[in-house]
Design a protein around this ligand. Structure first.
Ligand SMILES: C[S@@+](CC[C@H](N)C(=O)[O-])C[C@H]1O[C@@H](n2cnc3c(N)ncnc32)[C@H](O)[C@@H]1O
Length: 116
């Protein structure tokens, strides 16, 4: 394990409301989907794991584990990480028709060009 992705677990409806509020406040929004009904909101209560970028050739993986009837998001390395190397994992965002596409800048030879 490298780091835990901390934050507050929210139901979808609450997460949608919070995201609107954050955007109206011009805040960067940090949310991690854990299942079809819940999101971990790291915008105000998260740690540094929220800054981990996406890569199409990641050195880490993010896994949702159940813990004491709740959830935890654990970031683990999947290969040796050199000193100074940036941590990254595959966001595995769904590609939703009509949704704004995010260009990927991970720089990996096998880059899929889009995050979502
Ligand atoms: C959780 S934040 C990661 C930290 C963010 N880079 C920052 O400085 O606050 C996720 C956002 O970072 C950007 N991002 C992360 N990985 C990226 C990548 N491989 N290519 C382009 N943008 C990326 C996207 O805007 C994405 O929505």
């Amino acid at each position: 394990m490298v780091i835990e992705y901390n934050g507050t677990i929210l139901r979808n409806e609450v997460a949608i409301r919070k995201e609107k509020i954050y955007r109206s406040q011009n805040r960067a929004v940090f949310m991690f989907r854990i299942d079809s009904e819940h999101v971990v909101d790291a915008t105000l209560t998260g740690g540094i794991a929220r800054y981990i970028n996406h890569s199409c050739a990641p050195n880490c993986v993010a896994e949702v584990v159940t813990f004491e009837r709740g959830y935890k998001i654990i970031i683990s390395c999947i290969r040796r990480i050199e000193k100074g190397e940036e941590l990254c994992f595959n966001y595995q965002f769904d590609s939703v028709e009509g949704q704004h596409k995010i260009a990927c800048h991970c720089g990996a030879p096998e880059c899929r060009k889009w995050i979502n």
